[in-house]
Design a protein. Structure first.
Length: 550
């Protein structure tokens, strides 16, 4: 298999950039990768277009002694603005008669695309190198136009002015907040859970912003541990972009040249044929974040089976006991808990301690016919309300009927028993926790996460926000006789967890988009706006209010 084939098959790659994210995703996708985009920063273009055009006309009329181009996207944006105002051709002609300094190959490429040749290029892609170069040559009395990059002035104008120059800034775009903050938070949580093989960065501000979210959520140690174990690779387009990652204690992958194409080639080589593999008689086996591949062909392996493969692949050829593969100490009891004896408690079976199986390693228990035993642990909050208990039990029973090949069990995070950690410890094979919860709040971050911290357990995501839940709420609104003339409020149980509150807001946006009018969220408890207050506010509009329950 060569680097031209689908050598990234089975890999999950996160792209944190907004600029040229589609180009990067397309290039990686052609090699077989599944790419997720979650821009850690947005780009706010044309902050003050009137000022920019006034400066452009001044440059065309009187010129500048030096023009500093710091970014390719910024220069192209400047030309686009001038072109829209009918000044594009004049600007290019005027720049052709001036001395141009470019900050790195991207800026040079944008200049060359416009038919302009820079007099000098800062190969380090830093404004500090430009300042050193110009100050050493002498800038006293010179008029210097500086096209700023997204982070604004980084001290270049200050140094040039201190040396006697007359710099002025051209602001074409600036970094702004991420277009979808919730997507960034999900990407961080997923990365810390080992869901990605690589996280890609194309700008230092973007890397710093993503790491800021990592720190705020509190998963820095988890991410460092994954990188140390070579389960995730942080990749940066160049040394400048890599600085925030290095300062945070990471060791990013860097291409030989600070170009997007070189970054793609580095990822293809590092995650492709050069990545860690286990030689087998059928070819090279690779265990990725969410898949296993044989000669770059994805294998049909369940998440739990993947966990077993990962454990075995760490020491190819070694013999592992069943307890080791399941995360239990040989000769002891798994996490000081007990599993069911034959027949289980419901059938009168007694509880017995798990003892070590010292025979040669074998994968988890298989049922009759050779199928692997997989338990789906449907985990809800728990309640004292009989009708609510019956509704949850009916849902779990429906899952049992729809999935007869699964061992479906019921568990809870509060109020009722068994608790989810006990339920997964009673499983004989592999366990998949499916939270019957609508938002990733406290119980997901604590109870579910702790229960899933076992080698034989994985956890799925929460149920919402989701288009299918939106359709259920729309159907219930229609059944209740709600009309487009009514105001709809989304009612939520409430939480003090930021991610849970944001999930409710996403659910409200989905419902509003489907309903055709804005939908506000009201909370029964927690730190969100109380539902009584929301209903009171919207009732002032003189229309009937309908509450859709989440």
């Amino acid at each position: 298999m060569t680097a031209l084939g689908p050598v990234l098959a089975g890999t999950q790659i996160l792209v944190t950039a907004q600029r040229r994210a589609d180009d990067l995703s397309l290039a990686l996708g052609r090699r077989g990768a599944s790419v997720t985009q979650a821009a850690s920063l947005g780009v706010e273009s044309h902050i003050d277009e009137d000022t920019l055009l006034a400066q452009t006309r001044q440059i065309i009329a009187t010129g500048a002694d030096v023009v500093v181009v710091t970014t390719g996207i910024g220069f192209r944006g400047w030309l686009d603005t001038a072109e829209a105002a009918g000044l594009g051709h004049e600007l290019v002609e005027a720049l052709g008669a001036m001395r141009i300094v470019a900050r790195g190959p991207k800026a040079r490429g944008a200049l060359q695309a416009a038919g302009l040749v820079p007099d000098w290029v800062a190969e380090s892609e830093t404004s500090a190198e430009i300042a050193d170069f110009l100050v050493a040559e002498g800038v006293r009395g010179l008029s210097i136009a500086v096209q700023h990059h997204g982070a604004g002035d980084d001290g270049l104008e200050k140094r040039l002015a201190a040396a006697g120059g007359r710099p002025f800034g051209l602001v074409v775009y600036r970094w702004g907040p991420p277009p979808d903050p919730a997507a960034v938070e999900r990407s961080v949580v997923d990365a810390a859970a080992g869901a990605y093989d690589a996280v890609v960065f194309t700008s230092a501000p973007g890397a710093a912003a993503w790491l800021g979210t990592v720190d705020r959520i509190g998963v820095t140690d988890e991410l460092r541990r994954l990188e140390k174990d070579r389960r995730v690779t942080l990749a940066a387009v160049g040394h400048v972009t890599a600085d925030p990652l290095r300062n945070a204690g990471f060791d990013p992958l860097l291409p030989e040249r600070a170009r997007l194409g070189a970054l793609v080639r580095s990822l293809v080589m590092y995650l492709g044929d050069a990545s860690a593999s286990v030689p087998t008689v059928a070819g090279d086996l690779r265990v990725r974040a969410t898949a296993a591949t044989l000669e770059h062909t994805v294998l049909p392996v369940s998440p739990s089976g993947l966990s077993i493969l990962r454990a075995l692949a760490r020491e190819p050829g070694s013999v592992r006991s069943r307890e080791e593969l399941a995360g239990r100490p040989a000769g002891g009891v798994r996490r000081s808990t007990f599993s069911r004896g034959r027949g289980g408690p419901a059938a009168g079976g007694r509880r017995t301690a798990h003892r070590a199986d010292r025979r040669q390693a074998r994968l988890p228990t298989r049922a009759a016919g050779g199928r692997m035993t997989i338990s789906l642990v449907a985990t809800s909050h728990g309640t004292d309300v009989p009708a609510a208990r019956e509704a949850i039990t009916a849902l779990v029973d429906a899952v049992r009927i729809a999935s007869p090949h699964l061992d479906v069990r019921e568990a809870f995070v509060d109020v009722q028993l068994p608790r989810v950690d006990t339920a997964v410890d009673l499983v004989d094979g592999l366990a998949v926790i499916v939270p019957l919860l609508l938002a990733p709040g406290f119980h997901v971050r604590v109870d579910v996460r702790q229960a899933a911290d076992r080698d034989w357990v994985v956890a799925a995501r929460t149920l919402g926000a989701d288009d299918r839940l939106t359709q259920v709420m729309l159907r219930r609104l229609a059944e209740a006789g709600v009309t487009p003339d009514d105001i709809v409020v989304l009612g939520a149980a409430g939480s003090t967890d930021v991610l849970a509150l944001q999930s409710c807001e996403r659910a409200a946006r989905l419902l509003g988009a489907a309903w055709g009018a804005p939908v506000r969220v009201g909370h029964v408890g927690g730190s969100g706006t109380p539902i009584a207050e929301v209903v009171r506010d919207v009732s002032a509009m003189g229309r009937r209010v309908a509450v859709a329950r989440l």
